[in-house]
Design a protein around this ligand. Structure first.
Ligand SMILES: [Zn+2]
Length: 202
């Protein structure tokens, strides 16, 4: 059963958002660690990769905006607040001085099925991705990033992870893409870095 390709639709309200100092500092502290390891960054062709988010209320969340990968530090204007989303329509509504990317729907999928999750981290790392392929739940290689299919696949895998200690999902059709989540951002980031260190010398 294949779905026709549905273009990602972002309903963006380009206005300033208020992020509390506590949340902002937390986002920056954890993102800095991932950036230092090259797990968030920019490819030579100028395309940014990696994003992190924290739940605000319900299933809405704050996420690093699109095209922010190259910056070592971000200010409040680089974040976007995803207020609503629709998996079937491949759409989100967001607010902020930077737009949220299509990958926001993958974050939304995790928040939707796991109420206890407070933060989602999405990083890119080819060698780590290759090493983790056979160790963690993985989405089908046929499902591309930023598609409704990816959100659906992540929903299924995330709900199966409920009781598992290591909340990691490998994105099979999104080469290099790894997803980690936890009750808060520190937990999710620590997990990624722990695995990065564990497999580095493997
Ligand atoms: Zn990605």
């Amino acid at each position: 059963m294949t779905e026709g390709y549905i273009k990602f639709n972002c309903d963006w309200e380009p206005s300033e958002i208020q992020i509390s100092e506590v949340i902002y500092n937390q986002l920056e502290a954890e993102r800095t660690k991932l950036f230092a390891l090259g797990l968030i960054g920019m490819y030579p062709d100028g395309i940014g990769f990696g994003n992190i988010s924290v739940r605000t209320e319900g299933s809405s969340f704050l996420i690093t905006g699109s095209a922010t990968g190259q910056f070592a530090t971000l200010n409040q204007s680089h974040y976007s607040h995803v207020c609503a989303y629709n998996f079937k329509e491949n759409s989100i509504s967001c607010k902020g001085l930077t737009k949220a990317s299509a990958e926001s729907l993958t974050h939304a999928a995790v928040y939707e099925v796991l109420p206890e999750v407070g933060a989602v981290v999405h990083v890119h790392c080819l060698w780590l991705w290759e090493k983790l392929l056979n160790h963690y739940p993985i989405t089908s290689g046929e499902i591309e990033y930023g598609t409704p299919g990816m959100a659906e696949a992540v929903k299924v895998l995330a709900s199966e992870l409920k009781m598992k200690e290591e909340k990691i999902i490998i994105m099979g059709g999104h080469r290099e893409g790894i997803l980690a989540f936890g009750k808060n951002l520190e937990e999710a980031t620590t997990k990624v870095i722990e695995i990065y260190n564990r497999y580095q010398n493997d």
